[in-house]
Design a protein around this ligand. Structure first.
Ligand code: FE2
Length: 214
């Protein structure tokens, strides 16, 4: 349970997609997030309209990044495709592809962020931790709410609250695709996976479908 993530800086910013729309958006994210580092609620509010525009522009995400991944670490064929991460690993953008009938684990994120639906429909179950977190491996969660999401819908991740959730695709024939903009290198950090029915928690690293974490 005592995994720590020591992340060396990268040699340079990494791009895995050639998209002027995403490049413009990332430039805006850097500008707004550095200007509002004192208040992440403001960061997210200012970014939201730009993110909404990116989500509803339906031509920039290439086919490769809307595919499931049969070898997924999350299980269920879920694809987590890294599109961009900054040199200092303080910003990542990735697509999450959830096939029909698949559900993500229940997990947290450990960073501020925006998540929005690009394709399909999802049901999101949001949890709150109600134990003190002082017993190794033990966690008690309660459900805060269940939300239905359609293309263009956005939710915010705002520490210090643990944002814990699980997401499933509710479309029958096609995967759902969401875009994640996070203030960390989400796929490569150790975070937490919860098992509400067993009241347990363990360390979890989702990885990415297109690169290895080192
Ligand atoms: Fe998530």
């Amino acid at each position: 349970m005592n995994h720590t993530t020591i992340q060396e800086p990268l040699a340079e910013d990494q791009w895995f997609i050639d998209s002027s729309e995403l490049r413009q958006f990332v430039t805006i994210v850097h500008e707004i997030s550095s200007r509002t580092s004192y208040d992440r609620a403001e960061t997210l509010s200012l970014l939201e309209p730009y993110f909404k525009q990116l989500l509803t522009t339906q031509n920039w995400l290439s086919e490769r990044f809307v595919q499931p991944n049969p070898d997924s670490r999350m299980g269920g064929g879920i694809g987590q495709w890294l599109l961009y991460r900054s040199k200092d690993r303080s910003l990542s953008v990735f697509s999450l592809v959830i096939p029909p009938n698949s559900t993500t684990p229940v997990y947290d994120h450990l960073a501020w962020g925006l998540v929005g639906l690009y394709k399909g429909k999802q049901e999101e179950t949001v949890y709150r931790r109600v134990d003190q977190g002082d017993v190794e491996g033990y966690a008690q969660l309660e459900i805060v709410g269940v939300r239905q999401l359609k293309v263009g819908d956005i939710y915010k991740l705002l520490p210090p609250d643990d944002y814990i959730h699980a997401v499933k695709t509710t479309t029958i024939f096609a995967p759902s695709v969401s875009i994640h903009v996070l203030g960390n290198d989400t796929g490569c950090i150790w975070r937490h996976q919860f098992h509400p029915e067993k009241e347990s928690v363990h360390s979890f690293r989702s990885g990415y479908s297109n690169i290895f974490c080192n």
